[in-house]
Every structure is written in structure tokens, then in C-alpha cells.
Design a protein around this ligand. Structure first.
Ligand code: PEP
Ligand code: MG
Length: 579
């Protein structure tokens, strides 16, 4: 049965029933349905039109109360259009004759229909194209909304197949307790969608390009996150393979878990710190259980992505205290809000940007939204009274951003002192080094920080000019590029000379293939998804510093990513046969 290859995310393997979500609002992926599903999609189409119509009617009433009946007439066109039976019939024909899913048929029909208006000479009629787009969005929202409900209804956990999913959608689905695994057309290995799936331990394969056109709701699907494979309606032999891989993984995990209480130390006694990355306080326990000696990255924006309104100071304080309680006397590095890019708040109010990863993202957003940033800093500072809290600012690209962030932090501390709160006034302050600018100016940043953590996910994206979420260029996204390795080396050297400690918390830190090299480059602290800790520890315990330095010297002489990868794979296999 069909087998599709993409990018494996978390090393789990699952089998289950698929639910297909058409999530891309304006450009629906092409999805075909089997003939027996036509009646179901036609019924869905009717429901979608009916609910869109009643929604417009109630909006018209509300709007007319606020702005007068005349202005409310703009809804008249929408209502009239939705009541006309002709468009509905034409969409129904696309479903029954071309076997398109309802959502795809709507989007195809509406696009063609809109184009007709756009090409008209009259500006009045051209303007109607905007109304058509509005109606299209409304219809598609209803069509996809029903599918989301399918997941939240009672029943067995399902495998979600989607064009793309935002991190907040995954969080919400996971909360339903019915998300077994997922596969998407879009996405790269370090997209936040992938990171959140790995963090939550959901087996996932992303970047499959056309999985939504190949799977229908109700199909049985195997998600093999280890090999990046999806099998649709597996036959007996494939089911057998799936069972064998699952057993193999279980065995590997059990053997690695035996390393839990052993130190992460090279054969010649050099200690390496292994910390965990989390998105939610509840993940701390999982990190400790895998042997983490603290949390090196708490991606706090996920507290914001999981609910429609931002958590207030008190809710955040509670979340940080919960994480601290679980972490005990180990360190907890709390990264301030890193919203923007592919982490958009579900409550709306975000202005669409042409290049969101180069836009108002992360620390830039926080510094321009002090009513959001200050409560977060207050909550973190208050939590510092209860443990080893450290504060890390993300996406610093110029020293003035660091100074501004520290200025706001100082103001917040003065304020809290006046209000009589207890807190540590020596909280270590660090930055993420995840822009080429920060990497190049590491020494200057080091002068004004206690620690710095290399965020390779963004550092690679910005250095190689490769969108970390775009499956079309995912093969160009690699930590093995010589430019990345040289940048890391420079950050480690200059950061240290500038007086800051340097660690790494991007996905590269959790990939055992790079462990020998990173130790050779001088790094002694790594933070990663809990599941990767045992594998990285396994490699560290099998090498000496002399090995690591030899590997580093050799790699620094390579000119291509291929040479680096082949060499590192061989070197890793020398110390860990099954790798
Ligand atoms: C990074 O960019 O490497 C990083 C750790 O931050 P995030 O993945 O949350 O952008
Ligand atoms: Mg980042």
C-alpha cells in the first residue's frame, strides 16, 4: 500500500484511523475523495452554506443595531449570494463529478468566480471580488471547523492529516487527548509545529508535500516518526514491519533509559551539562525522568498560544512556580515571549506580515508591546524567590535590544521592590544567539550578559536564508553547513572571552550525530527535547576530549555539508554501533 516519505519528527511509531483537516484558509490543498464519500461531502456542503447564512443574518442584526440599517446592507450581498442555489449546485457538481472534497471544491469554485469579477471593467464590480473572498473564507472556515469538531468528538484517538498546522492548533488538539499522531504536507524539521509535536511526544512526519491528497478520512495510517514514513492502509506485511519497528524502538528506549542516573561525562572525565527544553510546566517531570539536570529553555510563548486571551501576571506566575516546583533546586531558564514568525496568537489581532520571520517577532514584539512584556517580567521576577530562575531574551539582533530589555527588567524590579515583593536581585541574564548579527557580535553581547544560548533553528534559517517551515527548501536547511559550524565556533570563543558562558538549545544540540563535533567546538552545555537526552548522553559517555578535538579539526577543513555529514555519521557509528 502507498508509502510516503517526509521528515520524521519524534521517534514514535503509531497506527490509527485518519482524520483529514483542510486547514489552509485561502488556498486549500487538493483533496480527492472516494466515490462512497460523495454523499457525506454533499451533506457537509449543505450544512456549510446553511450555517454561513445564519451567521451572516445574525451579524447583520448586530451590526445594524450598532451602525444603522443602511451600513448593515453590506451583508445583503453576502446573504443574497449564499441563498442563491446556482453556486451551490456548481460546487456540488465538482464534488460528485470530480470527486473533490467539499472544502477543495468550494475553494476552486470561489477562486474562478472571484477572478471573473476581478477582470471586469467596472470598479464597482471589481470591488465585489473582495466580498467574494470574504464569503469564500467564511465557507471554508465552516467546512474546516466541522472537521476540527470531528477530532474533539468522543471516540478513539485519531491521526491528523493536514496541509499544515500551527503550533497552537497542535496544542489545542493535544489537549483533547485524542491526537495519536500527525502528518502534514508542509513544514520543516525545526518548524515550531515539529518542535511542539516532538516536545509533546506525538509521532509525526512533516514536509510530505501531498499527503492530504492521498489520505481520506477513515483510512488506516501508520506514522513512523523514526524513519519519516507514512503508510496508507498498510497490508499485512507492512503491519508486521510496523510492529517490529515499534518493538525495536521500545527496546532501544529501555536500554537508553538505563543511562538515566549515570553522569553525562566523557571517558576522560569531562562533564557536560544536559538540560531539557519545554513548552509547558507539565513537561519538566518528563525531562527530569530522562536525566536532565535542569531546564535550559522554557518557551513561554506556548502559555499564550494555548488560550484565546493572554494569561495575566498571576497566571504566568503560577505557571513559572509550577515549573520551579518540579525542577527543584536545578536551574530553570525562562525565555521571554518569542511570539511571531510561525507562533501567532490564536485570539486574532495579529497584523499579517509579508515576511513574518523578518518582521515584528520575538523581542521586537515584546519591546513594542510593554503591556504584555511587563507582566511577564513581573511574573518571572516574582517566581525567582522560589528557585534558580534565569532570564533569557530571544532573537536579539543588536545590543540596544538587550539594553532596552534589561532597562524594562530593572524598572519592573524597582516596581516590585516598592510593592514589597520578595525576589532575587541577582537573576542571571542571558540572550539567545540565533541571528547572524548576534553571532558576529557575540563578544559585545557577552560583556553584558551572564550566559548565551545558541539557537541553531533560527541561526540556520537566517544564515542560510532558508525558511525553517518551508518543505520546498527543507533539504537546504542543515546544521552541517560549514558556515554554521564556523559561526558556532566563533560564538563559543568570543562569548567565553567576553565573559559569558555559552550553551546551545536549538535542535542541533539534541541530534547525537553532532555531539562529538559540538564537544570538540568547546560546548559543555546542551538543552534539548527530553526524548533526545539519553541518545546524546550515550555518545558523550563513549568519547574522549581527544576524539572530539580530532573530529573538530577534521570537520573545520571540509567545504561541503555532504562531507561533514558523512564523516560525522561514520565517527558516531564508531562509538555507537547501532546509530
Ligand atoms: C532556536 O531558534 O534554535 C530556538 C531554540 O528557538 P525556537 O526554536 O523556539 O525559535
Ligand atoms: Mg529561535
Amino acid at each position: 500500500m502507498p508509502l510516503k516519505r517526509g521528515i520524521g519528527i519524534s521517534s514514535g511509531v503509531v497506527i490509527g484511523e485518519a482524520v483529514v483537516l483542510d486547514t489552509n484558509e485561502t488556498r486549500m490543498p487538493k483533496r480527492m475523495i472516494p466515490p462512497e464519500q460523495v454523499q457525506g461531502e454533499l451533506a457537509l456542503l449543505d450544512r456549510v452554506f446553511e450555517s454561513a447564512k445564519s451567521e451572516v443574518a445574525s451579524e447583520r442584526v448586530q451590526f445594524s443595531a450598532r451602525a444603522g440599517a443602511e451600513l448593515a446592507d453590506i451583508f445583503g450581498f453576502h446573504e443574497g449570494w449564499l441563498s442563491d442555489s446556482k453556486p451551490r449546485k456548481e460546487i456540488a457538481a465538482l464534488i460528485s463529478e470530480k470527486l473533490y472534497s467539499a472544502a477543495y471544491a468550494i475553494s476552486i469554485f470561489m477562486r474562478r468566480y472571484r477572478r471573473r469579477f476581478q477582470e471586469m471593467a467596472s470598479p464597482f464590480l471589481q470591488e465585489r471580488a473582495r466580498d467574494i473572498l470574504d464569503i469564500e473564507r467564511r465557507l471554508i472556515r465552516h467546512a474546516t471547523g466541522e472537521m476540527h469538531q470531528e477530532l474533539s468528538a468522543e471516540g478513539d484517538p485519531k491521526i491528523v492529516i493536514a496541509h499544515d498546522l500551527t503550533p497552537s492548533q497542535i496544542v489545542l488538539m493535544e489537549k483533547s487527548g485524542r491526537l495519536l499522531g500527525l502528518a502534514t504536507d508542509a513544514g520543516g524539521a525545526t518548524s515550531h509545529t515539529a518542535i511542539i509535536a516532538a516536545g509533546l511526544g506525538i509521532p509525526a512526519v512533516v514536509g510530505l508535500e501531498d499527503i492530504t491528497s492521498n489520505v481520506s478520512g477513515g483510512d488506516t495510517v501508520v506514522i513512523d516518526g523514526l524513519h519519516g514514513v507514512v503508510i496508507i492502509n498498510p497490508d499485512e506485511a507492512q503491519r508486521g514491519e510496523y510492529t517490529a519497528t515499534a518493538a525495536q524502538l521500545k527496546e532501544l528506549r529501555a536500554s537508553l533509559d538505563q543511562l538515566r542516573d549515570l553522569p553525562a561525562e566523557t571517558k576522560d572525565g569531562e562533564r557536560v551539562e544536559l538540560l531539557g527544553n519545554i513548552e509547558f510546566p507539565s513537561e519538566v517531570d518528563g525531562c527530569i525522568a530522562k536525566g536532565a539536570s535542569g531546564i535550559g529553555l522554557f518557551r513561554t510563548e506556548f502559555l499564550f498560544l494555548q488560550q484565546p486571551t493572554p494569561p495575566d501576571e498571576e497566571q504566568q506566575y503560577q505557571a513559572y512556580c509550577q515549573a520551579l516546583e518540579a525542577v527543584g533546586d536545578r536551574p530553570l531558564v525562562i525565555r521571554t515571549l518569542d511570539l511571531g514568525g510561525d507562533k501567532i496568537h490564536p485570539g486574532g489581532g495579529w497584523e499579517a506580515e509579508r515576511n513574518p520571520f523578518l518582521g515584528l517577532r520575538s523581542i521586537r514584539y515584546s519591546l513594542q508591546h510593554l503591556p504584555l512584556f511587563r507582566p511577564q517580567l513581573r511574573a518571572i521576577v516574582r517566581a525567582s524567590a522560589h528557585g534558580d530562575v534565569r532570564i533569557m531574551f530571544p532573537l536579539i539582533s543588536r545590543i540596544m535590544e538587550l539594553r532596552q530589555a534589561k532597562f524594562v527588567l530593572n524598572l519592573v524590579m524597582e516596581e516590585l521592590e516598592d510593592e514589597g515583593y520578595e525576589f532575587k536581585n541577582t537573576i542571571p541574564i542571558g540572550v539567545m544567539v540565533e541571528t547572524p548579527a548576534a553571532a558576529i557580535c557575540a563578544r559585545e553581547l557577552a560583556h553584558e550578559t551572564d550566559f548565551m544560548s545558541i539557537g541553531t533553528n533560527d541561526l540556520i534559517q537566517y544564515t542560510l536564508a532558508v525558511d525553517r517551515t518551508n518543505e520546498r527548501v527543507s533539504q537546504l536547511f542543515t546544521p552541517a553547513d560549514p558556515s554554521i559550524i564556523r559561526l558556532i565556533r566563533s560564538v563559543v570563543r568570543h562569548g567565553r572571552r567576553g565573559g559569558s558562558s555559552v550553551s546551545m538549545c536549538g535542535e542541533m544540540a539534541g541530534d547525537p550525530m553532532f555531539t562529538i563535533l559540538l564537544v570538540g567546538l568547546g560546548l559543555r552545555s546542551f538543552s534539548m527535547a527530553a526524548g533526545n537526552i539519553p541518545r546524546v548522553k550515550k555518545v558523550i559517555r563513549a568519547i574522549t576530549l581527544t576524539d572530539a578535538e580530532r573530529v573538530r579539526r577534521r570537520v573545520m577543513g571540509f567545504e561541503t555539508e555532504r562531507e561533514v555529514l558523512n564523516y560525522l555519521r561514520d565517527e558516531t557509528r564508531k562509538v555507537w554501533e547501532e546509530f
